[in-house]
Write a protein that binds this ligand. Sequence first.
Ligand code: NAD
Length: 486
Amino acid sequence: MGDFFRKVVKNYINGEWVESKSTNIEPVYNPATGEVIANVPLSTAEELNHAVKVADAAFQEWKEVPVPRRARIMFKYQQLLVEHWDELAKLITIENGKNFTEAHGEVLRGIECVEFAAGAPTLMMGEQLPSIATGLESGVYRYPIGVIGGITPFNFPMMVPCWMFPMALATGNTFVLKPSERTPLLANRLAELVEEAGFPKGVFNIVHGAHNVVNGILDHEKIAAISFVGSQPVAEYVYKRGTDNLKRVQALAGAKNHSIVLSDANIDNAATQILNAAFGSAGERCMACAVVAVEDSIADEFIEALVQKANDIQIGNGLDEGVFLGPVIRDAHKERTLQYIEKGEEEGATLIRDGRLDEAAKENGYFVGPTIFDNVTCEMKIWEDEIFAPVLSISRVKNLEEAVELANKSRFANGACIFTKDGGSVRTFRETIDAGMLGVNIGVPAPMAFFPFSGWKDSFYGDLHANGKDGLNFYTRKKVLTGRWV
Ligand code: NAD
């Protein structure tokens, strides 16, 4: 992997690795050590325009390639990702900070998307009705839409791009990816493997940068559709500007996910699952558990189990054996998290585990230990805002109804979980909670690639979600033929 850490990461355009002419360069850090591991260019408008032009030219040929042949290249890509699994996971840990086991899991989530996309021949089949009237028939045919722009966040450098480009490519589109400027390295490795798999030049391109490149994607007349994943304000902006330019846009946004623990729950399981969901990936998951509403009668017992488990968490560099909690992504993000912890205290929540006091929090990397607040109310900022760090809020409630009412006050509605043994409670929860992805006795109910990633409210802007048949429909358009054979 040594030579992979190029001084300034290159763009990948038309099957060539090209140096950006931009003089605007940002450092890329290993968040576990604070070391600069690469530099990323904020590419110019000309570079983006060139990539889109190339992708548009490639589209004219790629869309004509028979679907099974496109699928075969996708199978080869899957094979290469499997062969390079450990290496990809290591790279994720180095640039993102999550522990190696979690990074390994992220690679699997990416591979699953590629596997789903390799089913394109079946997925792209249309529907026919041989007789809509006497001697008259109708059928639906599915086609790609053109050049897709993909804009991705730092927290899943592999999985999130894989939500997008495998399905887009398998269905015959071409792609321009703008990865997070904080985690650009894994994206380039994905592109090297794209090349090795045999995708033609220009079908998949990468232009590194930040908001200017995003604006270029949003405004470019040759970009047909935009897949965005990132924070709420940017998702809303991307959705508004993209649709204003009459593009198809799906924008997956921020979250503040709630878990409900009822008095009949298996407390040990609930504490273990919630611990993983709140502090795994340093809380930097759009499906992280951020708030727990626990029934009064078992609150003390549950909190004791949770704090005990949190005390056992090993904090450090995610490449080290046994480490569970890695750093947050940047120093500024650590500072912002510490401000939220202070804010929580000011607001009157009870700080029952203070992650500022963990030894690792004094090291060079951007570490914050597991932090837990009790007696949090929905008027508090720590309840309302997405902190995106290992900070968990607990609210004590009378019953399920109060818990659901509380959770539904959030503007976000990505995921929600319930811990109970009672089927009736699960049904009430399912029918009344405002959230798109639900879990029962599990902490992170992230759907697999063949189901849609289904956030609601301010956690999603658009109609068709990422993945599953939604993903297929987002990247394709249909023709309906009605005919009489005379
Ligand atoms: P971010 O919004 O800062 O960045 C996402 C992308 O948008 C990056 O490529 C970035 O360069 C670009 N960007 C940032 N600011 C911009 C601006 N002002 N104008 C135009 N483009 C801009 O998000 P992040 O911090 O990288 O990722 C974390 C966020 O992503 C969290 O809020 C998390 O919940 C969310 N997320 C959501 C999902 C989901 O499925 N809903 C999945 C993963 C992450």
